[in-house]
Design a protein around this ligand. Structure first.
Ligand code: PBE
Length: 270
């Protein structure tokens, strides 16, 4: 019933993801800024898989739901979602995804660093891989297929990069669908030049710490300036920003389009 208030219908709950995600920290901030928390709203911590499955059920029965949403992600292709307006700009405007390495990595492995700094693709490229993995294709296989279909772009990344001769590259990432896609693709391109790349999934905080300490060499998972901003600030002296690998990412709260009266975060309170 659209005339009924939204809060009581969904137990004043925003369905979130893993606690370490930047979008969760931003949403905590939104709870105070808007002020949702004062109006009984809360953020539920879960995982991307649990959030998208709750979303799928809601969409199936056209029930209201508010989720933490971001792009690029297949959820926007699979479900009729819209971002809520964020007039108080808690989530920032467009985000970029950066490639971050340990401070000493450029010197230790200049070839791999060069490739990592030349890695860039579009939201649509990334979505191609994500749609495959979402359909059940193994991430390594999805990455391999994508690389085969995109030789021109891959050639830009490998341009002027020397052979790896077995030099190790330790990459770390958080198992968000977007980063599963980018990390697998980059690792395979590195390996195709003879580098020996390992990829290890972690929670966000230990991932940043590993790159800062040098127990990992690099990550392509840094959503900046806002989403991973707390980690970036904390470790900025021990890391090197190798550049933007994806432009125009976006983070916020999202609802299904059939929730016609809810278009802004402010609308959650009324
Ligand atoms: N995300 C996807 C992450 C970054 C990548 C938006 C869920 C986050 O830290 O919120």
């Amino acid at each position: 019933n659209p005339k009924e208030k939204l809060g009581p219908q969904i137990n004043y709950t925003i369905t979130g993801i893993d606690a370490g995600a930047g979008i969760m920290a931003s949403t905590q901030k939104a709870l105070t800024v808007y002020p949702l928390a004062q109006n009984k709203w809360q953020l539920q911590t879960s995982s991307t898989a649990a959030m998208t499955s709750t979303l799928e059920k809601a969409v199936k029965y056209k029930q209201p739901i508010v989720v933490t949403g971001w792009q690029p992600h297949w959820m926007f292709k699979k479900y009729p979602l819209k971002f809520l307006k964020d007039p108080k700009n808690v989530y920032g405007k467009a985000e970029q995804i950066h490639t971050i390495t340990h401070k000493g990595f450029k010197q230790k492995n200049p070839g791999a660093y060069k490739l990592l700094s030349q890695f860039h693709w579009t939201a649509s490229n990334m979505s191609d891989v994500m749609l495959q993995t979402n359909a059940g294709v193994d991430p390594a296989k999805a990455a391999k297929d994508w690389i085969k279909k995109n030789p021109k772009l891959v050639a830009e990344w490998t341009k002027g990069v020397p052979k790896g001769n077995g030099k190790p590259v330790k990459m770390t990432y958080v198992a968000w669908d977007s980063e599963i896609a980018s990390t697998n693709v980059v690792a395979q391109v590195l390996d195709s030049l003879g580098y020996k790349t390992t990829i290890q999934a972690m929670e966000a905080q230990p991932m940043w710490l590993s790159v800062a300490k040098g127990s990992a060499d690099a990550t392509v998972s840094a959503w900046l300036p806002n989403t991973s901003g707390i980690y970036y600030k904390q470790y900025k002296n021990q890391i090197d920003d190798a550049g933007i690998n994806l432009q125009g990412a976006k983070v916020g709260l999202a609802v299904p389009k059939y929730m016609k009266n809810i278009n802004s975060i402010d609308d959650l309170i009324n």
